[in-house]
Design a binder for this molecule. Structure first.
Ligand code: NAD
Length: 460
């Protein structure tokens, strides 16, 4: 699709928006229809995602791509009346007896750009938020998951007029043209590198942008942690979608003396979770040959640097590169200049670094770009309080991984290079609404005394 035809859709959506925003009942109905359609298309979507990945666990697609969208639509329907209600505030003594309120007004046309790693969830959860807010939506899914993008286009095309919701297909060039359009708001989910370009494009049109980006999300295991629980939770979080999650634990910091026990427990857990890799329906493939090669190079570089590598291949299958099933791999104490410690891993490789003091672990986290997520394992004691007060991260889960993403009442987003703005639940509704302040002056205007000529006032 070329620039002009994308711009023409925006024009038509904007014209249609002028007819007036949908009311509460209409928005609820729209969300209900969307939820039902996603449920009805669940198997078709799971097959499309799997075809795009080479292999994607059906359960992972249902659990992490489909159900969260249905839950988000249900949550929005349930809370919409309260979110839409104008909030009355006290205007201040000097304006008495006027009244003041803040009303949520839909912004207009929202652009959504989504990545490949959770291609249904990250396309449709922002859509839920924008529809709840009463906006029109143009969505550009990732070119790396073309079958899913086609399936979404077909499904949404059956539910909405193009003036309501439109799907624009294409790669980076289409993405760049899309983000240059003067939307009323834009939500971009993707890499920090592309996020920079998107923000530069939205600066030209002064389009408010929510950027959901990536980063290296640390796990900090504190003294006194239940190590078996920590190893199991980290393994589950790391290996979901073969590590291709924006909030996957990227690396682990743990007291140096417990490293050997952690390696043992982590390995045992992986063996239980995935007794085999190659033909295991639960173990997802790496999305492309280029990403597979990138991960292979990371491990090779670490090996050549002398770091200890533990490859966990439970059935000794040595999966061939053509399967793109990358064996879970621990890298022990890699040096900080290696790719695996500089770049977001986005695959089933987990560096584990021993620390001497908890302070040094906090310093390590704080010396690096602010991550999207931070995980802490240990007692709810002074160490946790210090981590929560002192370390910056988009969101935190304590004694588990990833769960903060699923909590509908928690805003989800990054901080600094991992993103700006947030969505999910009410935060999503607010991101796509204008909080419009309205002052209703009483006929008894108390400021009547504050008019020129001011001299009389000061003389009096
Ligand atoms: P990506 O940045 O390469 O692509 C994301 C989207 O941007 C795609 O639709 C792509 O076509 C489009 N795009 C590419 N170039 C563009 C440009 N110049 N202008 C506008 N759009 C452009 O990211 P990806 O590889 O699809 O996804 C992986 C990255 O996304 C990782 O860094 C991951 O951490 C991040 N991510 C973040 C979240 C989050 O919620 N914060 C969620 C999932 C993934």
């Amino acid at each position: 699709m070329n620039e002009q035809s994308i711009a023409a859709i925006l024009h038509r959506q904007r014209e249609a928006f002028r007819a007036g925003p949908p009311n509460l009942a209409q928005r609820r109905e729209t969300l209900k229809r969307l939820g039902h359609a996603v449920k009805a298309s669940a198997e078709e979507l799971a097959q499309a995602v799997s075809a795009d990945f080479g292999h994607r666990s059906r359960h992972e697609t249902l659990m992490a791509d489909i159900f969260p969208v249905i839950a988000a639509a249900r949550h929005a329907r349930f809370h919409l009346r309260r979110w839409m209600r104008a909030r009355t505030v006290w205007p201040g003594l000097e304006l008495a007896p006027s009244r003041a309120r803040i009303m949520a007004q839909p912004l207009g046309v929202v652009g959504v750009v989504s990545p490949w790693n959770y291609p249904v969830n990250l396309a449709l959860t922002p859509l839920v938020a924008a529809l709840a807010a009463g906006d029109r939506v143009m969505l550009k899914p990732s070119e790396l998951t073309p079958r899913t993008a086609e399936t979404l286009k077909e499904m949404l095309g059956g539910l909405f007029l193009e003036e309501e919701v439109a799907v624009v297909l294409g790669g980076p060039e289409v993405g760049a043209a899309f983000c240059a359009l003067p939307f009323d708001a834009l939500l971009f989910t993707g890499s920090t590198e592309v996020g920079r370009k998107v923000l530069a494009a939205t600066a030209e049109t002064l389009t408010p942008a929510t950027l959901e980006l990536g980063g290296k999300s640390p796990c900090v295991i504190a003294p006194g942690a239940d190590l078996a629980q920590a190893a199991a939770c980290i393994a589950v979080g790391k290996l979901l979608n073969a590590g291709q999650s924006c909030i996957a634990p990227d690396y682990v910091l743990l007291p140096a003396e417990i490293k050997p026990i952690f390696v043992k427990l982590f390995t045992e857990t992986v063996n239980k979770l995935y007794p085999s890799l190659l033909d295991n329906a639960d173990y997802t493939s790496v999305i492309s040959d280029a990403h597979y090669m990138r991960l292979t190079r990371m491990v090779e570089e670490a090996r050549q640097s002398g770091a200890e590598i533990v490859v966990i291949d439970p059935a000794n299958e040595n999966p061939p590169p053509s399967s793109r099933k990358f064996a879970p791999t621990l890298i022990l104490d890699p040096s900080e200049d290696l790719c695996v410690m500089r770049e977001e891993i986005f695959g089933p490789i987990l560096p584990a670094l021993g620390y001497q003091t908890f302070d040094s672990a906090l310093d390590f986290v704080n010396a690096r770009p602010r991550p999207l997520a931070l995980y802490y394992f240990g007692p709810e004691d002074r160490n946790l309080r210090r981590l929560l007060a002192g370390a910056h991260a988009g969101g935190v889960t304590v004694n588990q991984t990833m769960s903060h993403f699923v909590a509908e009442n928690l805003p989800f987003g990054g901080v600094g290079p991992s993103g700006m703005g947030a969505y999910h639940g009410e935060a999503g509704f607010r991101a796509f609404s204008h909080a419009k302040p309205v002052l209703l002056q009483s006929r008894l205007d108390s400021r009547i005394l504050l008019r020129p000529p001011y001299g009389k006032l000061t003389e009096a």
